[in-house]
Design a protein around this ligand. Structure first.
Ligand code: CMC
Length: 392
């Protein structure tokens, strides 16, 4: 195998160069295209940040208006795609519904699948950004046995998503500004995170020149895993388990530290951050504020804060440099907004979409890109002769 080195999980191996997101995991720094996440969180919006990630610069007012208008124009799903949702079991998890519907976009837009045609990539970008919220809302509606709502293009992307998710055709939907602003912020904070598992998947699939929809669909499936985007659902289930079991957070932490139990503190630890995840700091500050404004007093928030406090003062976590990650507090906010736990990872996917698109486009445009094809270190049998079945 010559010069091949083994690096399980790509702990030390860079697979590409990228100009999109910068992370310094030791000090807890995250920047999109050079802009600190804290400034974007405070001053930008999800859609403006999507533009920044995809095109590399903050838009002028005209560029922003035109981008927004194009996305509003593409929010409808093809009527035949709507039929798709009836093919899944009523209790289907919305993540595989999401990835299947995104995969199916390749069948509805066969005229725009060429990864090297800039106009086709551009329209696929608008279609994805505009339609994923509609698909996500329909996955939710289907799981509730409720009617689908057509998008209302007077509304912003985030407003439209909330209305399609929680509204009913029979009555007007009152948008709550705290929820709109809070959800927009959470989507923005998830918008990119360099070469994480789902983004690497999007790039790897795309490196075979698979189209944008196919690549993003693969990324959604990667995100579904509990060690990645699926962690936000797991965190809430863990907090509820602690509460319902009646055991103290301290006792629960004993299971986490006991290697035999294989119980992880979900929402803690990160491959790159060996310090407080800067997204988690912003979300923690916001959680209190949003829950307060929504008038929600959730005992699970107290449990989460207690678990964090124990962890930050405990040798096990300190030695391993385990801190809360982005998923630790998000679920509590989504719950307060009215989302059921199984929608949490879908919200992560909505947030991460601009990053996946930006990274796929960067990969396709980079002349240095080759098909992703890792090597291996073979550890199987040496050469041996075939034995006839009656002699085995
Ligand atoms: N609870 C308890 N122990 C942990 C945890 C945790 N959450 N995370 C890591 N450890 C321990 C791990 O057992 C190992 O201990 P030892 O050295 O004694 O074997 C040590 O810390 C190093 O961990 P690792 O598993 O080698 O680290 P990794 O970089 O391979 O994994 C991770 C990173 C995020 C998958 C992992 O920390 C984890 O499973 N966390 C819980 C799931 C989670 O919250 N995922 C969300 C990640 S952030 C956003 C996203 O990508 O979705």
């Amino acid at each position: 195998t010559g010069n091949v080195t083994l690096d399980s999980g790509f702990v030390n191996t860079a697979a590409c160069t990228s100009a999109i997101t910068f992370i310094d995991g030791d000090t807890g720094i995250l920047r999109y295209r050079g802009y600190p996440i804290e400034q974007l969180a405070e001053q930008s919006t999800y859609l403006e940040t999507a533009y920044l990630l995809i095109y590399g610069e903050l838009p002028s007012a005209d560029e922003m208006a035109s981008f927004d208008a194009k996305i509003r124009r593409h929010t409808l799903l093809h009527e035949d795609l709507k039929a798709f949702f009836n093919g899944f079991p009523r209790d289907a998890h919305p993540m595989p519904v999401l990835s299947s519907a995104v995969s199916a976009l390749s069948t509805f837009y066969q005229d725009s699948l060429d990864p090297f045609d800039q106009d086709q990539v551009e329209i696929s970008t608008y279609r994805l950004l505009a339609k994923l919220p509609t698909i996500a809302a329909y996955a939710y509606k289907k799981s509730m046995g409720q009617p689908f709502l057509y998008p209302d293009n007077h509304l912003s992307l985030t407003e439209n998503f909330l209305r399609m998710t929680f509204g009913f055709p029979a009555e007007p939907y009152e948008l709550d500004p705290t929820i709109v602003k809070g959800l927009d912020l959470l989507l923005l904070l998830h918008a990119d995170h360099e070469q994480n598992c789902s983004t690497s998947t999007v790039r790897l699939v795309g490196s075979s020149h698979a189209n944008l929809f196919a690549s993003i669909s693969a990324g959604i499936n990667a995100l579904f895993g509990p060690l990645h985007g699926g962690a936000n659902q797991q965190v809430l289930e863990m907090l509820a388990q602690v509460k319902n079991s009646g055991e103290s957070p301290k006792d629960f932490m004993m299971h986490v530290k006991n290697k035999e139990t294989k119980q992880k503190l979900m929402g803690f630890g990160h491959r790159v951050y060996k310090n407080y995840d800067p997204r988690a700091s912003i979300i923690k500050q916001t959680a209190d504020d949003i829950l307060g404004r929504l008038g929600v007093d959730d005992p699970l928030l107290d449990i989460a804060m207690e678990l964090e406090e124990i962890a930050l003062g405990d040798d096990y976590f300190v030695e391993r440099r385990l801190y809360p990650n982005v998923d630790f507090y998000t679920g509590l906010i989504y719950k307060a907004m009215g989302f059921p736990t199984k929608m949490f990872t879908v919200l992560f996917a909505l947030g991460r979409l601009p990053g996946w698109i930006a990274q796929w486009r960067e990969m396709i445009e980079d002349p240095a890109t080759k098909i992703g094809r890792p090597r291996q270190v073979y550890i199987g049998e040496g050469a041996r002769d075939y034995v006839a079945i009656d002699q085995r």
